[in-house]
Write a protein that binds this ligand. Structure first.
Ligand SMILES: Nc1nc2c(c(=O)[nH]1)N[C@H]1C(S)=C(S)[C@@H](COP(=O)(O)O)O[C@H]1N2
Ligand SMILES: [Mo]
Length: 319
């Protein structure tokens, strides 16, 4: 049976997220296009790939009931430039990465700053399964059952000062463990470490998760082990992986993609079908494993829970 694989996605949608294309990426993209063209006629035949369901899981109030993207796709079609710029590279090049032991430094405008061992950081927080849509700015999307806890629960435990207006996150910077960070690596040209930020109300929104697993299992390395951010109403790039630092600040923090290409990526990065990225339409998306495109929903379908945070803001300027 022929399953519509991630590699069948048209080359126009699997180009590098970075603004600096490299030759290797181009060659890979071109050969994927040839492969897609060769199998193109067979694509619609059998798109009912078995999506494993979570046994015994009752849909919660934040869960989408859409079909989950197969585990295989969620864990082999990734963006994680620390392990290479190709979608297939993080799964391969992160194989020997050891996420534990792990520490997370909590800094800035907060009552309980410390370098927390991973177990101490998550102590007392209640883990939940949450099935969320994820949409990448490159116009592909997935449905992923995350395991994690609301970021709000951790923030309350850490007790930020009233002067804290934003939360800044930083990914591990360790070229010896993350080959994509080595100067010798023919990579995506990002400045390390990868950084990301949220406004305090976004960080406190009940949808915002720190994920430590997916499909009920520990987070695979390529998905951001051992702990990563998930903000389902924002483009995938806000979901910073392998977090080693959380800092409470009073000014809007930098975020890697905006720092890389401010004309293409903003701070808010809310999923918005009416505001196009210069290189990709944001009006529709292709769900991994599906043939036909679907319309992209405002705030990725989470408008009811998040729209009020942006009332009065010009989302064309604040993209
Ligand atoms: N540290 C780090 N976090 C990152 C990235 C990255 O390159 N480095 N890529 C982002 C992008 S562009 C996307 S779409 C999501 C992909 O998450 P997934 O591979 O778990 O689906 O991770 C985001 N988090
Ligand atoms: Mo992305």
């Amino acid at each position: 049976m022929l399953i519509n694989r991630a590699s069948d996605i048209p080359s126009s949608e699997i180009t590098s997220e970075g603004i600096y294309h490299n030759r290797r990426e181009f060659i890979k993209t071109a050969s994927a296009a040839v492969a897609a063209a060769a199998t193109g006629l067979l694509l619609p035949a059998c798109t009912e790939a078995a999506a494993p369901q979570l046994p015994g899981k009752q849909p919660g109030k934040y869960d989408t009931n859409e079909k989950m993207t197969p585990y295989e796709d969620v864990t082999t079609y990734n963006n994680f430039y620390e392990f290479g710029t190709g979608k297939d590279e993080p799964a391969k090049l992160s194989r020997s990465f050891k996420p534990l032991p792990w520490t997370v430094a909590v800094e800035g405008l907060v009552k309980k700053p410390a370098v927390y061992a991973y177990d101490d950081l998550i102590k007392g927080l209640t883990m939940e399964d949450r099935v969320y849509r994820m949409r990448c700015v490159e116009a592909w999307s997935m449905v992923i059952p995350w395991l994690g806890f609301p970021l709000a629960d951790l923030i309350k435990k850490l007790e930020p000062l009233p002067s804290a207006k934003y939360v800044e996150f930083t990914t591990l910077n360790a070229p010896d463990r993350m080959p994509g960070q080595r100067p010798s690596f023919f990579g995506g040209g990002l400045k390390w470490p990868y950084v990301e930020g949220l406004r305090m109300d976004e960080a406190m929104n009940p949808l915002t998760l720190l994920a430590t697993g997916l499909y009920g299992k520990a987070l695979p390395n390529q998905n951001g082990a051992p702990i990563r951010l998930v903000t389902p109403w924002k483009y995938g790039f806000k979901g910073i992986k392998s977090i080693v630092k959380i800092r409470f600040v009073d000014k809007e923090p930098g975020n890697t993609w905006k720092l890389t290409g401010p004309s293409e990526y903003g701070f808010f990065a809310n999923v918005n079908p009416t505001v196009d990225h210069p290189r990709w339409s944001q009006a529709s998306e292709r769900r991994l494993g599906e043939f036909l495109k679907r319309k992209t929903l405002m705030f990725n379908g989470y408008a009811e829970q998040v729209a009020q945070m942006y009332s009065g803001m010009d989302l064309r300027k604040n993209y």
